[in-house]
Design a protein around this ligand. Structure first.
Ligand code: NAD
Ligand code: UFG
Length: 340
């Protein structure tokens, strides 16, 4: 089976790539290195002890994507490539539309043209397609109303994937709605390492405060309607998330009929920002200075996943604890520092 992984050198792509290689699959790894480094390819090869085929390409390049799909006779696509900053998406919505929507459309249309018996597409969607919660936990049939440009691109891809897969034959597609992935691979080599100096997401920020690269964490808001006033999210260990992709792939491979599904990948449990910070401090025995500041624009008070569908359909659920997430994030950050 010829499998293309886009965004393969990114945080989630690289961790899933490892699981796929360890399960015996031969992959074609594609990335344009916009938010990753070629060094991640070396790390993947070191961990798996297998040489990989890497294609440096941009998913926006329609002709090149078609050529790649034809040349390597691609039958399955794990599609991770994309831009993921909520803030940047609000400032540059056109760029997000081009990369996240048009880039995805190139891959979906290209796969649709392939003359093969089974077309499998697994898409990295996001919990942010739901928007303000009408009811928690978010079930997959919760109304969809993303609050920001990033979320809107994810929803648009879901709808295009659904329409293409349902109006053509031989399609099996899943949009996986990730909650908040944190943590790192057990080797300590593959984690969330945003290229910007001041990370936008909570865990990379905490890790850099722990290293002393940033003086303190700002907690955005202490007056939310939650137990301790700080926002609640459903954090999921990156290795659990990577295994969720394998479960989704196995589910599709075993199906004879055409399929389109949207499935949450989360732990099904919410933790507040303060709980996460306290767990990080306790498990890693390190102090994280923090200050409360005003709410971040667009943040939702509280959300977490309904995990029944992933359990019933994929036979998958998370195994790792918040402690393990905090420990592995810190191990990764320390290793990065050692290798600087
Ligand atoms: P990441 O930035 O670490 O990885 C994305 C990869 O895609 C990077 O290696 C980047 O270089 C590559 N890329 C970007 N633009 C490209 C293009 N035009 N052509 C080819 N490659 C390109 O991000 P991640 O956290 O690994 O996220 C992977 C996917 O999951 C993204 O689509 C993201 O939107 C989605 N997602 C992430 C989160 C999260 O919190 N990390 C949550 C929900 C959904
Ligand atoms: N936070 C802080 N200080 C920081 C960074 C974050 O207090 O320096 C808080 C935020 O206010 C939020 C929580 O930590 O309450 C988590 O924030 P993140 O930025 O880590 O994550 P978000 O929940 O905002 O969103 C993330 C990704 C999205 C994705 C979504 C899916 O950024 O791409 O998870 O649930 F869609």
């Amino acid at each position: 089976m010829n499998i293309l992984v886009t965004g393969a050198l990114g945080y989630i792509g690289s961790n899933t790539t490892i699981k796929l290689i360890e399960s015996g699959y031969k992959l074609y790894l594609l990335d344009n290195l916009h938010n990753s480094s070629i060094d991640t390819l070396n790390k993947i090869e070191k961990i798996t002890k297998k040489k990989q085929t890497f294609i440096e390409a941009d998913i926006r390049d329609h002709n090149e994507i078609n050529n790649i799909l034809k040349k390597y006779k691609i039958e399955t696509i794990f599609h991770f490539a994309g831009l993921k900053s909520v803030k940047e998406s609000e400032n540059s919505p056109e760029k997000y539309f081009e990369v996240n929507f048009e880039g995805s459309k190139n891959l979906i249309d290209g796969l649709n043209l392939q003359k093969i018996k089974k077309k499998i597409f697994i898409f990295s969607s996001s919990a942010c397609v739901y928007g303000n919660p009408k009811k928690l936990p978010y079930k997959e049939d919760h109304p969809l109303s993303p609050e920001n440009a990033y979320g809107k691109t994810k929803l648009k891809v879901e709808l295009y994937l659904k329409q293409t897969s349902l109006s053509n034959t031989n399609w099996q597609a899943i949009a996986l709605r990730y909650f908040n992935p944190i943590g790192a691979h057990s080797s300590g080599f593959l984690g969330d390492n945003p290229l910007n100096d001041t990370p936008e997401n909570l865990m990379p920020y905490i890790s850099r405060v722990a290293l002393g690269k940033l003086t303190h964490l700002e907690i955005f808001g202490s007056d939310y309607d939650t137990n301790d006033g700080t926002p609640v999210r459903d954090y999921i260990h990156i290795e659990d998330l990577a295994e969720g992709h394998l479960a989704a792939f196995n589910f599709l491979k075993n199906k004879k009929n055409d399929v389109y599904e949207e499935i949450n990948l989360g732990k099904g449990k919410g933790y507040s920002v303060l709980e996460l910070v306290e767990t990080f401090q306790k498990i890693n025995k390190i102090n994280i200075p923090y200050e409360f500041s005003k709410r971040r624009l667009g943040d939702i008070s509280k959300y977490y996943a309904d995990v029944e569908k992933s359990k019933n359909l994929l036979g998958w659920k998370t195994k790792k604890t918040l402690e393990e997430m905090c420990k592995s994030s810190w191990e990764f950050e320390k290793k990065l520092k050692e290798n600087e």
